[in-house]
Design a protein around this ligand. Structure first.
Ligand code: FDA
Length: 302
């Protein structure tokens, strides 16, 4: 399991495959978990979710960008998504990754790009969620959030439960709308829990803390054990259903997504789209090799 995970994480970081895949269109079964390559295709997917009472957080795929031009293109695309959310009246907000907007190129350049995006979204009362990436990008991402918080309130971020310092960050950012996840990247032992049991335990602890003390919580997991625990915890502690939502990735556990929405829980699907689908798809395979079924089905159903 460990080896398979490492293998797909390595594949997700392969520059040649990442850039080649931009020309392939959605392949290998990625279309089950990526909502198209264009804004128009994404809008159609979000409309279908909204019709089922499910909101969306939209991710224009792309990360680990090292060229200014690429970061500017990403910014332009995200501004177009904001216009589309507003223009089509979608029940949706944005998720984005600071590295896509140039964090690895220059901090101030990235900050300026993000300022433009957050300001535009603010005009339309659209929320921007900063995804959190690997440890090397954690502190600069929080620094950008701190700077933007001086002028804007339509921003929130993610706490990754595998980090030992997750607790400290959750307390510091308790007044933000917060997504809480287990953590997707490969991190060393001196920074992060490695054992699934430890991660799960910390995850539950952090969720409970934010439900009791924090602003709005987005509980982003496909783990029904966690979901069932949260439902019971919320009920036992009189936490109303409008103080939190469940989130899952597009194309994962679709029946459970619907079931939760039908039970009256707020539900928000993370909707990735765009030509930069390859790294995202490989990380999903790393987390759950059973997702290889998607690849196999696709290969035999040409
Ligand atoms: P996990 O993979 O631990 O599985 C636990 C159990 O749940 C499994 O044993 C199985 O029983 C069940 N299960 C899981 N997936 C299933 C499936 N597809 N079908 C059936 N059963 C299934 N990470 C990060 O580092 N930064 C970020 O910004 C984000 N953002 C983010 C947003 C959203 C909306 C989600 C859902 C996730 C993220 N993540 C993330 C990823 C997150 O950190 C984590 O890696 C994955 O969600 C996998 O962990 P889970 O909690 O989903 O279950």
């Amino acid at each position: 399991m460990g080896l398979t995970r490492d293998f797909f994480i390595l594949l997700s970081q392969n520059k040649v495959l990442n850039s080649g895949a931009k020309r392939w269109g959605l392949k290998l079964g990625a279309q089950s978990v990526v909502a198209g390559t264009s804004v128009e295709q994404m809008v159609e997917s979000v409309k279908q979710l909204n019709a089922k009472g499910i909101a969306a957080t939209i991710d224009n795929l792309g990360e680990f960008v090292f060229e200014k031009q690429e970061a500017i293109e990403a910014k332009t695309q995200i501004l177009a998504v904001i216009e589309a959310i507003h223009g089509h009246g979608l029940d949706a907000h944005i998720s984005l990754k600071p590295t896509q907007l140039g964090l690895d190129i220059d901090y101030d350049f990235c900050l300026d790009n993000l300022k433009e995006i957050v300001a535009k979204a603010n005009d339309y009362a659209i929320f921007i969620n900063f995804d959190m990436e690997d440890y090397g990008h954690l502190q600069p991402s929080f620094d950008i959030i701190d700077e933007l918080s001086n002028d804007y309130t339509n921003i929130g971020t993610v706490i990754q439960a595998y980090f030992y310092e997750a607790d400290e960050n959750l307390q510091k950012y308790k007044d933000y709308r917060m997504r809480i996840v287990k953590g997707a990247y490969k991190e060393p032992e001196n920074l992060a829990y490695q054992d699934k049991k430890d991660i799960d335990q910390n995850y539950i602890r952090l969720i409970e803390y934010h439900l009791l003390n924090g602003k709005f919580s987005s509980i982003a997991t496909h783990d029904h054990h966690v979901i069932n625990h949260v439902k019971k915890f919320a009920k036992d502690n009189n936490i109303s259903k409008d103080k939190f939502e469940f989130q899952m990735l597009y194309g994962f556990r679709n029946e459970l997504q619907l079931e939760l929405a039908d039970e009256g829980y707020k539900f928000c699907t993370y909707v990735p789209f765009g030509v930069d689908w390859y790294g995202y798809f490989m990380r999903r395979l790393a987390e759950r090799p059973q997702n290889l079924n998607l690849v196999a089905k696709q290969m035999f159903n040409k």
